[in-house]
Design a protein around this ligand. Structure first.
Ligand code: N2P
Length: 357
C-alpha cells in the first residue's frame, strides 16, 4: 500500500477509536444522552415520585438539578459546560433565552398531551405559538400572613408592610424582580418600570422597610412561615398554598396596588443531549393525571385544564390561587426589559440586601 494512503488509514481508524472511547466514557459517567435525561428545575417544584414513574415507564434515567432564580439558571446554561435537556424558566427569561439563541424549537407532534392545556395559557406574547416552551405552572406574587400573630391587622396593601409595628416580622423571597417589584408597586409604579428615577425611589423606599425585614431567604421561607418564625412573607402563590395547608392561621393576599402574574414553562435548551427524551419528559408532565399529582404535591396552580377534574374542588375554586381572568387582567407579567435595565434591577436589589439595619 502506498505510504500516504496507509498514513491516512491509520489516522481515520485511530480517530474513530478515540471518538468511540470518548462517547462511552460520557455515558458511563452518567452524562445526558443515550438513556439519561438531565432536568433543571426550580427547588421544591416537582413531586419526585413522578420522576421515578417516568424512569420506570421509559427506561430513561433522570438526573435532576435545581436552581433558585431565573438569572442563576440562565447564566449557567449560557456559560456552557452543562448538558441540561429540560429547564423551567419564567416568561421574561424565556424571551431572553430565545433572543440569545439558547433554546431548541419544540416538536409539537411529540407533545400530544399539549391539548390538555387551557388555551388561556397558550400562545402568550413571550413565546408566540409556543414555539419554544409549554406551560408547567403559573401563579402570582403576594403576601402570606399569620392571622393569629397579627390579630387586629388586615393586610391588603404592599404599604401595610411598612407599619412600624412589624419590626423584624417580614421574610422576603430572594428575587430581584419580586422585591424591587414590591417597592415599585407600593409607589404606584409598574413592575416593568425602567425610569431610573423611579427605580432609585423604589430602592430608597425598600431601605425604609429594612427594620421590618427579618431575613431574605430561599425555599426555607415556607418552613419559617409554617413554624411561625415570622408573621409576614413575600412569596410566590404556590408556596403560600402549600404552607396554608400546614398552618391554618396563615392566609394569602394579592395586594390591591397590583402584583405580578407569572408563568413557568418547560423548554429544551441548546445544551440538550437527549432531545427525544426531553420531549418524552415534557409530554409526560403534560399528562392530566401526572399534572394533577404534581399540582397536589407542589401546591402551585396548574395550567392543565384536564388535570383540574382530579384535584380537590375546594382548591381549584379558590380565587386566591386560581384567580379569574378578570382578576389576572389587573396584574402585570414581567417583561424582558433588556440587559441594561435588568442589571440595574439586580444591582439595586443587591444594594438593598447589603443595606445595614
Ligand atoms: C418554587 C419556585 C416557584 C417559582 N420553589 C416561581 N416562578
Amino acid at each position: 500500500m502506498n505510504k500516504i494512503l496507509r498514513f491516512f488509514l491509520i489516522i481515520v481508524v485511530s480517530s474513530g477509536i478515540l471518538l468511540y472511547a470518548i462517547s462511552s466514557l460520557n455515558t458511563s459517567q452518567g452524562y445526558s444522552g443515550g438513556n439519561t435525561l438531565t432536568v433543571y428545575n426550580w427547588g421544591d417544584y416537582i413531586d419526585e415520585d413522578l420522576i421515578a414513574q417516568f424512569e420506570k415507564e421509559t427506561g430513561i434515567k433522570v438526573i435532576y438539578e435545581t436552581f433558585d432564580s431565573n438569572e442563576a439558571m440562565m447564566t449557567k446554561i449560557q456559560q456552557g459546560g452543562t448538558n441540561y435537556d429540560v429547564a423551567v424558566p419564567s416568561e421574561y427569561t424565556i424571551e431572553k433565552m430565545i433572543q440569545a439563541n439558547l433554546l431548541i424549537p419544540l416538536d409539537h407532534s411529540k407533545l400530544p398531551n399539549l391539548k390538555n392545556i387551557d388555551q388561556r395559557f397558550m400562545d402568550l406574547s413571550f413565546d408566540p405559538k409556543n414555539k419554544y416552551s409549554v406551560p408547567y405552572f403559573w401563579g402570582t406574587v403576594g403576601i402570606v400572613y399569620n392571622r393569629k400573630l397579627l390579630p387586629d391587622k388586615e393586610i391588603t396593601s404592599w404599604n401595610d408592610l411598612w407599619n412600624p409595628d412589624l419590626k423584624n416580622q417580614i421574610l422576603l423571597i430572594d428575587g430581584a424582580r419580586e422585591v424591587m417589584g414590591m417597592g415599585l408597586n407600593s409607589l404606584g409604579y409598574s413592575l416593568n418600570d425602567t425610569n431610573k428615577k423611579h427605580l432609585a425611589e423604589a430602592k430608597e423606599k425598600l431601605d425604609l422597610l429594612t427594620p421590618n425585614v427579618k431575613a431574605i431567604v430561599g425555599d426555607e421561607i415556607k418552613m419559617l412561615m409554617a413554624n411561625e418564625e415570622a408573621s409576614i412573607g413575600l412569596v410566590w402563590s404556590g408556596d403560600a398554598s402549600e404552607i396554608m395547608s400546614e398552618n391554618e392561621d396563615l392566609d394569602y393576599v394579592v395586594p390591591k396596588e397590583g402584583s405580578n402574574l407569572w408563568f413557568d414553562n418547560m423548554v429544551i435548551p441548546k445544551t440538550a443531549k437527549n432531545v427525544e427524551g426531553a420531549h418524552q419528559f415534557i409530554n409526560f408532565m403534560l399528562n392530566a393525571k401526572v399534572a394533577a399529582k404534581n399540582t397536589d404535591y407542589v401546591g402551585y396552580s396548574t395550567p392543565n385544564k384536564q388535570a383540574l377534574k382530579y384535584l380537590d374542588e375546594e382548591v381549584v375554586n379558590d380565587e386566591r390561587f386560581y384567580p379569574s381572568p378578570e382578576l389576572t387582567k389587573k396584574l402585570e407579567v414581567y417583561e424582558n426589559l433588556g440587559k441594561r435595565n435588568l442589571s440595574l434591577y439586580n444591582e439595586l436589589f443587591l444594594q438593598f440586601k447589603m443595606h445595614p439595619k
